[in-house]
Design a protein. Structure first.
Length: 230
């Protein structure tokens, strides 16, 4: 067995032992989180955890998603994802269905974003629905999806992370702690973070779809070229 295999086996053993020795019942941090819920700016405990108590973790999640998009775009050769190269479907039934579904999905996305402060929802859910609508539009070949310029893609992809950082640095100047919201403004600061983050998540999902499909086409083209040469 290699050194890597030994290290992996040791890690699996340590994690397994830690899980096995966990107490059968534990109060956890639920009571502590509920006690500070009023000062968090939202009434939904999940949103309070994601965007207040552990906002650092959510910031890193947004950063990882952005880095994944950046890596995908490097593989396909640049920032521009070439939307016009994706839309091949000319099925009128699909196009008609997508045109009907897209406004509804946009409304649902906006609702999930707004309701996240006091019920299940939030930027990630809203971004997933909006990104799905964008992918459907691409698959159906709706014309307006081909008109997003490269600089527009960059703005959409980075606005969530940028807003997160600006709010965090503003908190540092006012409160002395990064992402430490003043209780009086916590609700609005969370909403300011969520809105552009939802758009960035949607743009990231669309970009990853485009990048993956274009990369697959490139690989298939290379394979066909190699077979033709041989």
């Amino acid at each position: 067995m290699t050194i890597g295999g030994v290290l992996i086996a040791a890690l699996v053993g340590i994690v397994s032992y830690a899980i096995w020795t966990l107490p059968a019942q534990s109060a956890g941090l639920a009571d502590a989180a509920a006690a500070e819920l009023e000062r968090s700016g939202v009434s939904n405990p999940v949103t309070s955890v994601l965007l207040n108590y552990r906002a650092y973790d959510t910031l890193l999640e947004v950063t990882v998603l952005w880095l994944a998009v950046l890596a995908a775009m490097v593989l396909v050769g640049g920032w521009s994802t070439g939307v016009g190269q994706i839309s091949e479907t000319q099925n009128p039934v699909l196009r008609g269905l997508v045109r009907l579904l897209t406004p509804l999905m946009i409304l649902v996305s906006g609702y999930l974003l707004w309701v996240g402060g006091h019920a299940p929802g939030g930027a990630f859910q809203a971004g997933a629905v909006l990104g799905s609508a964008g992918v459907l539009l691409l698959l159906a070949g709706v014309d307006w999806t081909r008109k997003v310029p490269p600089w527009g893609e960059r703005v959409l992809l980075t606005m969530g992370l940028t807003t997160f950082m600006v709010v965090g640095l503003g908190d540092m100047l006012l409160e002395g702690v990064f992402l430490e919201y003043p209780p009086a403004y916590a609700k609005w600061l969370i909403l300011i973070i969520e809105a552009p983050s939802g758009l960035s998540i949607a743009a990231a999902l669309i970009a990853l779809f485009l990048g993956g499909r274009l990369r697959c086409r490139h690989i298939m083209s290379e394979q066909m070229s190699d077979e033709g040469v041989s």
